[in-house]
Design a protein around this ligand. Structure first.
Ligand SMILES: [Zn+2]
Length: 707
């Protein structure tokens, strides 16, 4: 336990909520209960006082068929006071037995606290071992402001990623970055499944249809940085520049969509800024009728949409038609009103509310559409009875915005009233059966590609290949970051990508970050090495140097984001100065400037300014103290605090020492003033930097997306 813990305990002991009697025995020292929290101003009950953990052995059994987790957590710790009882954080799971130094102990529970009462008082400085047998079905924690985190059940196993806490959802833990420890994960799963965790793979043994994987993470680690990921994974282990890597990617991410029937289907393909139409004219019978088809969708939720358009031939009565099976809604997404600039034709169905949102009603019709991932084929049924007896033009349409284009949509097995236009797009001499591909409507840019009829092999690159290309940059990223911060701090590296749709964030889990696959879905840009650099930068700033309290979060996110800026420059993309200019060109009345990133509050921990203003603070510091002092400061900051916990005050003090300047006013303006720094010159953002900023905003929007 660092001295920061000692201070925190002294404060929180006053408000300890445990009600455990002191040792009932008449011998030994008298003890008092350890505090139920470490006194973090944002999360006062996270972590516990009175002891310091050294090592966790998590011996776990997990069965994806039932989601049941059975565990024995063996925790080696040292008392920092005479303890009559002490707490661990544990959420929801059932405790079966507890021993302290091999002797059974009693315990009490409340929502997040497990209070352990050993048979005798533990003396200050005494080392002890607590072993807890527990089981249950772990629940994903849902924070109303920060979203989901912790333990996620996946289609074939589980995934763990949660910040600022979440470890307590799957093992008993002193759940605060102030109490780092080494970990050993011994995880038994049905044979045929893989297990990834932090650190180094020590062994893998199969017996009686079960496989036990043992991962060892000897470097001290904050509990929120622990991860165990179970399921089908392609594990790629290799060594580069003396460092061992384990990457795990879900094999499902390499599969391509296949036609629902036959050998061909209609494929939208993938490109930015497109409005693709697959069009057919139909004479709707006098008694009405319906169109039906099957669609497989993988589009960027809220930004790219699939919909059915219709208008009477010769008339400007355009509208979109709802799916009678319920897949469409009037939701205009995040992309509107921007979409109206990109695709003015959409004004037929959507209108700008002039407050950043849109209404699902336009000049001639209404908006019914869908966005996101369908997870396989879904059948749509479009009622055409409103057009009974008329000749209409129907269009299966896909509109994309200018960033991050996913795999797109595939359509198969269309049936039309009257039969003409019914098709499976087979290669039978009349592949399109009367359907045409007229290109984007007036006002939109020309489509870079468009609907085709083709086979599975003609679909866009599977995301797994894009993941591989991005993960292949890990050694380059680590070499780059080592130049910036000094030697890589841990025994191993790697990354984990599961097919958990809607995870929506990446987390710098120590040695092996977990990435939402959304980050790699873009079929049109270069592989996303930016997010790799971000999470790997955290290995130094966030993991090796962990926050002493959550209010210092900008020391994590500002540094990781600034690493992305420097990497962008290194890669020949926008320079750090250009991105800084773009970020700071936000006008003074932009809400971006209202967050005090030096103390953002528990609900704003991961808001955009913590990242972008944090990075801008570092760039402004570089401009103020000069590049030599700045880059010397970065290395010194990391070297002095390696393996420990850090505060903003410590960083300011070191920056003043290295630069020889009084930086109080500078940091006050950048970190603690809810306004655009007055010292900023007026700036003009370059086009590519402005796009960079929008991409960053998009990543943050992704982070807020939850299933
Ligand atoms: Zn981050």
């Amino acid at each position: 336990m660092s001295r920061w813990v000692a201070i925190a305990v002294a404060v929180t002991a006053l408000c300890a909520v445990t009600a455990t009697p002191a040792s009932a025995h008449g011998w030994g020292p008298s003890g008092s209960p350890g505090a139920a929290g470490l006194g973090d101003p944002y999360f006062p009950l996270d972590g516990n006082g009175g002891y310091d953990t050294r090592h966790y052995l998590l011996d776990l059994r997990y069965d994806p068929a039932t989601d049941m987790l059975r565990g024995i957590a063996t925790i080696r710790a040292r008392a920092t006071q005479n303890l009559s009882s002490f707490n661990l954080d544990l959420y929801a799971l059932t405790v079966r037995s507890i021993t302290v130094d091999g002797r059974s102990a009693t315990w009490t529970r409340d929502a997040h606290e497990l209070t352990v009462i050993p048979r005798r008082t533990l003396r200050r400085h005494e080392r002890f071992v607590v072993a807890i047998r527990y089981d249950g079905v772990p629940q994903t924690e849902v924070d109303p402001s920060l979203g989901e985190g912790g333990f996620f059940n996946t289609d074939d196993g589980s995934l763990v990623a949660g910040q600022p806490h979440g470890a307590a959802g799957w093992y008993p833990v002193n759940d605060h970055p102030l109490d780092k420890a080494a970990y050993t994960f011994r995880v038994t799963v049905p044979a045929g499944l893989e297990v990834l965790a932090n650190g180094v793979l020590r062994s893998r043994r199969t017996q009686h249809h079960s496989t036990t994987w043992e991962w060892n993470a000897p470097d001290p680690m904050a509990s929120y940085l622990t991860t165990v990921d179970i399921g089908q994974f392609n594990i790629h282990s290799y060594r580069a520049r003396g460092l061992r890597y384990w990457d795990g990617v879900d094999p499902d991410l390499y599969t391509r969509p296949v036609p629902r029937t036959g050998g061909q289907f209609a494929i939208s393909q993938s490109a930015d800024s497109t409005y693709k139409r697959l069009v057919h004219t139909v004479d709707v019978p006098a008694g009405g009728g319906q169109m039906s088809f099957w669609v497989n969708r993988d589009t960027e939720e809220n930004w790219d949409f699939f919909f059915v358009e219709a208008h009477t031939v010769g008339r400007d009565d355009w509208t979109t038609l709802p799916d009678a099976n319920g897949h469409t809604s009037g939701d205009t997404g995040f992309v509107c009103p921007f979409s109206l600039e990109l695709h003015p034709f959409l004004a037929h169905y959507e209108s700008d509310n002039d407050d950043g949102t849109c209404s699902p009603t336009g000049t001639t019709g209404t908006w019914s559409a869908v966005s996101g991932f369908s997870g396989g084929y879904e059948q749509w049924s479009i009622d055409l009875s409103a057009y009974a007896g008329k000749r209409i033009e129907l269009s299966l349409s896909y509109a994309s915005d200018d960033l991050y284009n996913f795999g797109g949509v595939e359509v198969d097995d269309i049936t039309m009233p009257g039969g003409a236009g019914s098709t499976s797009f087979e290669n039978d001499g009349n592949t399109l059966d009367g359907w045409t591909v007229p290109g984007a409507p007036a006002g939109s840019a020309a489509n870079a590609n468009d609907w085709i009829a083709g086979t599975s092999a003609d679909t866009p690159t599977p995301v797994g290949q894009l993941v591989d290309q991005a993960l292949a940059r890990e050694p380059d990223a680590i070499a780059f970051l080592s130049n910036l911060f000094g030697r890589y701090p841990f025994v191993a590296a790697g990354g984990i990508v599961d097919d958990l749709r809607g995870l929506g964030f990446a987390l710098e889990t120590q040695t092996r970050p977990v990435y939402a696959l959304d980050f790699f879905e873009d079929r049109n840009g270069p592989p996303n090495s930016s997010v790799i650099v971000h999470e790997l930068a955290h290995q130094w700033t966030g993991d090796s140097l962990a926050v002493a309290a959550w209010q210092h979060i900008w020391l994590n996110e500002g540094f990781a984001t600034y690493s992305e800026w420097l990497w962008s420059e290194e890669e020949g993309q926008a320079s750090a100065q250009e991105i800084f200019d773009a970020v700071t060109s936000r006008p003074a009345d932009d809400p971006f400037w209202t967050l005090k990133i030096g103390d953002p509050g528990p609900d704003q921990l991961f808001d955009t300014p913590v990242y972008d203003r944090g990075a801008a603070t570092l760039h402004a510091l570089r401009l103020k103290i000069g590049p030599d002092a700045f880059f010397r400061l970065l290395r010194l900051w990391v070297r002095r605090n390696a393996g420990g916990n850090v505060t903003t005050a410590q960083f300011i003090a070191l920056a003043e020492r290295v630069s020889g300047q009084d930086l109080g006013a500078f940091f006050d303006e950048w970190l603690f003033t809810p306004a655009r720094p007055a010292s900023l010159p007026p700036t003009v953002a370059t086009r590519r930097a402005a796009k960079e900023v929008r991409a960053a905003d998009r990543r943050h929007a992704l982070e807020r997306l939850r299933r």
